[in-house]
Design a binder for this molecule. Structure first.
Ligand code: AMP
Length: 120
């Protein structure tokens, strides 16, 4: 593998991050320089450098991260958001570990009352 990125270190708990969601496949944490009221980064636990590298057995990963972000929004009552992949240095990707930006200015519905009843 190439040199570990800052996201490898967050995943390994070697550097701190505000983790907002985790399961067997993904980790989600707040962006250190938020560009919206809610700015979360979703990364897969399986390393892929970028959308452009998601071939073959890794091809499902970009879509999987979108599904996780969608579930996060539903579970937190976030009705509007933007999802963004930057791909490659020329596409503005600074960290060479695939990550989905989740951006929303809809207030977080963090209370149990904010979770749609069908999620229970
Ligand atoms: P990109 O430009 O698409 O590669 O996005 C990388 C993102 O990672 C930027 O929005 C940064 O603010 C964010 N970032 C960099 N270091 C950290 C960190 N230690 N914790 C959380 N977010 C970070």
């Amino acid at each position: 593998m190439t040199k570990p990125t800052i996201f490898h270190k967050i995943l390994a708990r070697e550097i701190p991050a505000t983790i907002v969601y985790e399961d067997d496949e993904v980790l989600a944490f707040t962006d250190i320089h938020p560009r919206a009221e809610t700015h979360i980064l979703f990364i897969p636990k399986q390393f892929v450098e970028s959308v452009a590298h998601a071939h073959d057995h890794l091809a499902h990963i970009p879509g999987m991260l979108i599904q996780k972000a969608k579930q996060y929004a539903e579970q937190h009552g976030i009705t509007g958001y933007k999802l963004q992949y930057n791909v490659g240095p020329d596409g503005g990707q600074e960290v060479p570990y695939i990550h989905l930006h989740f951006l929303s200015d809809t207030p977080l519905g963090n209370s149990p009352e904010g979770i749609p009843s069908e999620q229970h």
